[in-house]
Design a protein around this ligand. Structure first.
Ligand SMILES: NC(=O)c1ccc[n+]([C@@H]2O[C@H](COP(=O)([O-])OP(=O)(O)OC[C@H]3O[C@@H](n4cnc5c(N)ncnc54)[C@H](OP(=O)(O)O)[C@@H]3O)[C@@H](O)[C@H]2O)c1
Length: 356
């Protein structure tokens, strides 16, 4: 195992999660993802030039990782992980060996394709960047408000949703990583913001901590159409879709003329093979209401990442955007933490602290 003192050792017993079997449906289990221990040499001679050894500190747990476990190349996000290979994700780690003069031991680095492991060896050119741990921004924020979830919320709301003061904005999975920032960003634009989420506790949280004007528990609303009539008497101008399925269908009955629907994800459908997914029967409403519905991936907006960072960082410093984290302690909890995204047992941004 890693942890304090690994800097002095020549070999670490490195724990890593690998794909043992594909999971086309349902929530992945220990049949699909397994933890193994593999010795990793830290001897400087064994590290190639312009490579680093990184000890992971924080691992981001994200819904798209589940879409890479199906074994089905059905066009979702990224290619499938390979059997018996270590899975990857966004991480923040500390450099503990460096064969690149641009990096020194102790540097904190961000990696979008890090092995979900305690340590890894990487060509330095594959890292996203260094992170300044003295910037005043807590490290978990680089995987959350200033990372993919914050950026996805910003692209969805500010770039594609383009809400005006007074616009009626609806956000699903509103208590999750993307949802908590999307609601706060829309409020900062002067919108009326309503969220849906899966429990009464989360309804309370998003109203009290993230400033949503109102919210409802979709598990309690047996008639989503009626719920949206109640919460949107003047219709919906912007819907940031995180869940797809029957919620999207209900929304399409309440959209205003020229509404925007930035489609960030459709998590309600990720556990199903595509022929079993829910169809949306009233897509025709997009025509009559001239709705702009647009899927997006944050990776296509990297030219706006600087604008996003500047804006988000100032909101954080001014205390206008807050975050909630669900931290799991220890890499052995990765499988459980991934499952929490699909059983609604998470709240805020889910992160693994690797060596607590
Ligand atoms: N396009 C991009 O570039 C991009 C980037 C990041 C994330 N995303 C997408 O954004 C969405 C949110 O991601 P996140 O990282 O912020 O995850 P998250 O919201 O923190 O966690 C997932 C949440 O989805 C909800 N959920 C799970 N199964 C559901 C179902 N069957 N029906 C309705 N809600 C369900 C649960 O919340 P409840 O308690 O509300 O049920 C769960 O907490 C996902 O669709 C993800 O794929 C897209």
């Amino acid at each position: 195992m890693g942890g304090a003192g690994s800097e002095e050792r020549a070999v670490v017993e490195n724990r890593e999660w690998y794909l043992a079997a594909y999971a086309p449906e349902g929530v992945p289990t220990s049949d699909h993802l397994k933890l193994r221990t593999v010795p990793l040499s830290l001897a400087v001679d064994s590290i190639p030039d312009r490579h680093l050894v990184v000890q992971n500190l924080l691992i981001s747990v994200d819904p798209y990782q589940r879409t890479r476990l199906t074994g089905l190349e059905d066009g979702l996000y990224f290619p499938q992980f390979k059997l018996n290979e270590v899975i990857t994700g966004f991480t923040l780690g500390r450099v503990i060996r460096s064969k690149d003069s641009n990096y020194k031991e102790g540097d904190i680095v961000l990696n979008a394709f890090s092995p979900v492991a305690e340590h890894y060896v990487v060509p330095s050119e594959l890292l996203i960047r260094k992170v300044d741990p003295t910037s005043g921004v807590p490290l978990p924020d680089f995987l959350s408000s200033l990372g993919v979830p914050g950026f996805a919320a910003w692209v969805g709301i500010e770039v594609l949703g383009d809400p005006k003061p007074g616009s009626n904005v609806f956000i699903s999975a509103a208590a999750g990583a993307v949802g908590m920032y999307a609601g706060q960003l829309a409020k900062l634009k002067g919108c009326r913001v309503i969220g849906s989420t899966g429990s009464d506790e989360k309804v309370k949280l998003i109203k009290e901590e993230f400033g949503y004007d109102d919210a409802f528990n979709y598990n309690k609303e047996t008639d989503l159409d009626a719920a949206l009539s109640k919460y949107f008497p003047d219709g919906i101008d912007v819907y940031l879709d995180n869940v797809g399925g029957n919620m999207l269908e209900a929304v399409l009955n309440h959209v205003n003329k020229h509404a925007r629907i930035p489609v960030c994800g459709m998590i309600s459908q990720y556990k199903k093979i595509w022929t079993e997914r829910e169809g949306v029967r009233n897509l025709l409403n997009i025509v009559g209401k001239e709705v702009r519905m647009e899927g997006f991936l944050v990776g296509s907006y990297l030219d706006r990442f600087g604008d996003f960072t500047k804006e988000m960082q100032s909101y954080i410093i001014e205390g206008k955007i807050s975050s909630k984290f669900k931290i799991y302690h220890g890499i052995e909890r990765y499988l459980e933490s991934l499952g929490s995204l699909f059983t609604s047992s998470n709240v805020g941004k889910v992160i693994i602290e690797v060596n607590p």
